[in-house]
Design a protein around this ligand. Sequence first.
Ligand code: PEP
Length: 244
Amino acid sequence: MRKPIVAGNWKMNGNRSLVSEFSSLMHGVDADAVDVIICPPACFLGSFVAPDFALGGQTLSELDNGAHTGDISAEMLKEFGCRYVIVGHSERREDHCESNALVAAKALKAIESGLVPIICVGESLATREAGELEGFLAAQLDALTVSLTAEQLSKTVIAYEPIWAIGTGVTASPEQAQDAHAFIRGHLAKFDANVAANIQILYGGSVKADNAEELFAQADIDGGLIGGASLKVDDFRKICQAAG
Ligand code: PEP
């Protein structure tokens, strides 16, 4: 039985007043039915007072510490109460040239440090239209399975985020999303069937309060990674309720 997860990725948005609005996020959300995570900009992590949801970072360094201006370590995230960290978001892959190998190294660092990495995979529209979806996803997943043991992989969450659906308002149809999730689970099963059966795979890409339920009802979709709609507490709460 895979417990659904709904994670909000604030990206480079928000302020202290938004942090306060989220103090009542879990009112009406069944915490036994869904795990809720907020990933704010790192500078706001310390502003949440005893949140009744989990906190996550938006990225981390694959290194422990040192002369790496602007980077943030796993231990720093943990010190500010994070249990999760997003790894390999397509915006990081693109804006910061994060390769599949670097994403795997960051995921490994998170796991070794006791953080759960939410590892993002997903294709561009051009890749999908060229019929290369499965090969592309397989390469992203294979970079993980060459670096992680089955036990380590079991301590991760995967997020399928088609790039063409992120922030565009164009959501993958439930069938498109389910097909990609089933492919991901099937591909991971070649590495370890038990891990594949139990790993949570989140969908991300223009999830809104009015389309979440249909997406989350799909057999291989175990919740969502939410960008824009995670900045409005009422909308985000509805999405959490749709998962639980
Ligand atoms: C994201 O960036 O992870 C995301 C899914 O964004 P949005 O929900 O805004 O499409």
